[in-house]
Design a protein around this ligand. Sequence first.
Ligand code: PEP
Length: 254
Amino acid sequence: MNKERKLIIAGNWKMNKTAAEALDLVRGLKLELANVKEVDIVVCPPFTALGAVSRDILDSNIRLGAQNMSENNVGAFTGEIAAGMLKEFSVRYVILGHSERRQYQKESDALISKKAQAVHAASLKPIVCVGETLAEREGGQTEKVLETQLRGSLAGLSKDQMVETIVAYEPVWAIGTGKTASTGQAELAHAFIRGVLAKMFDETIARRVRIQYGGSVKPSNARELMSQPDVDGALVGGASLEVRSFADIIRNSI
Ligand code: PEP
């Protein structure tokens, strides 16, 4: 597939896989995907499996991501993980503001922007998630919600940092529900997001930022979604937990 930006496909394993199970999964992926050069492949295991996975993918084309990070560097923050700790495991990407964290941990755009700045200060790359709920979509609020989340979560980033930031458009109603946004709905939202980035930064920056789609991506819909001009990859939940389905999503996207 001829794309303006290199595709980036990341697996968000959420709170699944022990270290041993994670190792099994990533070993399978290494075998299946060894020859893939056209896509940046990222896996985001839980913190407790980062060490095992990190050692195993050293000489592979698979990169490591974390699912969250503290906005603080060190100190009395029980249960939190800092950038320096992630860097020990050669983590390159950090998912921020996933809708599950926005919902269950009440993460705000202001907090996500602090975390994004901390991620960049450590020379890591944030994957910043935005997306509307079903009620917001049905109420005609999608664009307003996306613009508010983008302006809040990306506040304070420089142009250089924005180019190294990935945005994930994840309509909340499509996450883990089996309902995928139609290719038309996805492309419209992605083009809108790129327009907001152009207003916040500039056209050139907006054209360089990669925008992933997330929400029930599977092998059967990956190709059509990835063929949209403003869709530059995928953030995959459920289907990233099996070697076959994650590998097929990547192969079908090329
Ligand atoms: C996600 O949680 O980021 C996600 C997109 O999940 P799923 O693919 O399972 O819908």
